[in-house]
Design a protein around this ligand. Structure first.
Ligand code: TMP
Length: 216
């Protein structure tokens, strides 16, 4: 079976992580092997870098280099082998987050990000590793901030002002505009309604056999 690379994206507080269990169960119920992972992270080295990226103040180039260093280790050790085995790779964030957070959010040069992307995601067949499908949880930054308030101790990004997340959200929208792999989910709905949108989008693309209609 052919591997499938599925990523979940959205601003902090958009609710993407709460659907990963259900996605894993959905694909497993179809007899697929699932590799579940996240960025920054997914390997011991990348998880160590995640701690630095989320906690230490640093300039945007340093942050971008660390994000892509973590990604390189993750791609080589986890994502590519899993796809070669035919797994479904469920990845909580990938390079779209770098263009949205470091690019649009922090105002860092997207041309440099594209160069790093080419270095890190180049595959042996001469192409660029990209997700097959990206589920983008679109939610107004003001609502996401309300949802996050008091939920947990905020990390470096979560404690940014709402203006930062307006830029990040615009970054996601710009990226989605050019890429048919993006599926926009209206995340300003109940958890069950959000899940139904996800299932419908996967069924429409022939990635799951049928819709169960059930909530996670
Ligand atoms: P998470 O809380 O969804 O796991 O994401 C971790 C944080 O890292 C989130 O605030 C977004 C940020 N991030 C970046 O700034 N750049 C990236 O490339 C990635 C993958 C995440």
């Amino acid at each position: 079976m052919k591997g499938l690379f599925l990523t979940l994206e959205g601003i902090d507080g958009a609710g993407k992580s709460s659907h990963i269990d259900a996605l894993e169960a959905l694909f497993k119920a179809q007899g697929r092997q699932v590799t579940r992972t996240r960025e920054p992270g997914g390997t011991p080295l990348a998880e160590t870098l995640r701690g630095l990226i989320l906690e230490q103040p640093m300039d945007a180039l340093t942050e971008s280099l660390l994000v892509f260093a973590a990604r390189r280790d993750h791609v080589v050790r986890v994502i590519e082998p899993a796809l070669a085995r035919g797994d479904i790779v469920l990845c909580d964030r990938f390079t779209d987050a770098t263009f949205a957070y470091q690019g649009a959010g922090r105002g860092f040069d997207p041309a440099v990000l594209r160069t790093l992307e080419t270095w890190v995601q180049a595959n042996p067949s001469g192409g660029l590793l990209q997700p097959d499908i990206t589920i983008w949880f679109d939610l107004a930054p003001e609502i996401a901030a309300e949802r996050l308030a008091g939920a947990r101790v905020p990390d470096k990004f979560e404690s940014q002002p709402v203006e930062f997340f307006r830029r990040v959200a615009a970054g996601y929208a710009a990226r989605a505009k050019d890429a048919p792999r993006f599926v926009r989910i209206d995340a300003d709905q109940s958890r069950e309604a959000v899940w139904q949108q996800i299932e419908a989008a996967l069924a429409e693309r022939g990635l799951v056999a049928s819709q169960s209609g059930g909530a996670p």
